[in-house]
Design a protein around this ligand. Structure first.
Ligand code: FMN
Length: 195
């Protein structure tokens, strides 16, 4: 019997188990935020801190970052589980998703969620277009651990979700995967033709 390669790949990818972050941003007209797992530390120099985040083009928060060139990243604990549903499962195009959050602003003007475990106030230094998403290289203007707690990981979210929440995540993931697949294939057609 042949091994199922896609199942093996999925099992391997699950080992990466990224931390969940809330990414917020604000332009002249609106503010908003989403949940992201595509986040990484991008500098080892303490006085030149950088982070990297990948945001899909279809999201409202992407438009806010494009307009403002700023965003804030927040670490969440299990006590912030409701945030994952609020920020990660609906669009902020029609409403202010941050209405129920306690917020402040630091240097860049991006909304800081003061109840998060930690926050990083960031300015866009560079962007890389990859078809489905923009990968932003961020200069961290300010960062602070604000509250005690253990950062929640992707697997924690699935473990604590009830069946209805799992079904919702699966269906949203499937819809985003279809958008992203088309965008990646189109990008590859345009950029890798001569490789
Ligand atoms: C666990 C989880 C991880 C996610 N990771 C990302 C990510 O890394 N990048 C991204 O663009 N969207 C990611 N999303 C999707 C957005 O958070 C979600 O579509 C959100 O509702 C978009 O909101 P907006 O349109 O108001 O910006 C993730 C969602 C979940 C539930």
């Amino acid at each position: 019997m042949f091994p199922d390669k896609s199942a093996q790949l999925e099992e391997a990818l699950q080992l990466l188990d990224p931390v969940l972050l809330a990414v917020t941003s604000q332009d002249e007209n609106a503010r908003g935020g989403l949940i992201a797992t595509f986040v990484s530390n991008a500098s080892i120099v303490p006085d030149c801190p950088r982070l990297m985040v990948g945001i899909a083009h279809q999201h409202h928060t992407w438009t806010l970052i494009e307009n403002s060139n700023c965003c804030a990243l927040h670490l969440l604990g299990e006590e912030h589980l409701a945030w994952a549903w609020k920020l990660g499962t609906c669009s902020g195009k029609q409403s202010d998703k941050l209405l129920d959050f306690q917020t402040t602003q630091w240097e860049t003007g991006a909304p800081i969620l003061t109840e998060a475990i930690a926050a990083f106030d960031c300015k866009v230094e560079a962007r890389f277009e990859t078809g489905d998403r923009t990968i932003y290289l961020l200069e961290v203007a300010e960062g602070q651990k604000m509250n005690p707690g253990t950062p929640m990981k992707y697997s924690d979210l699935w473990n604590v979700a009830d069946q209805q929440q799992r079904d919702l995540m699966k269906s949203l993931l499937k819809a985003d995967q279809q958008i992203d697949r088309n965008a990646i294939e189109q990008w590859r057609d345009q950029h890798l033709k001569n490789c």
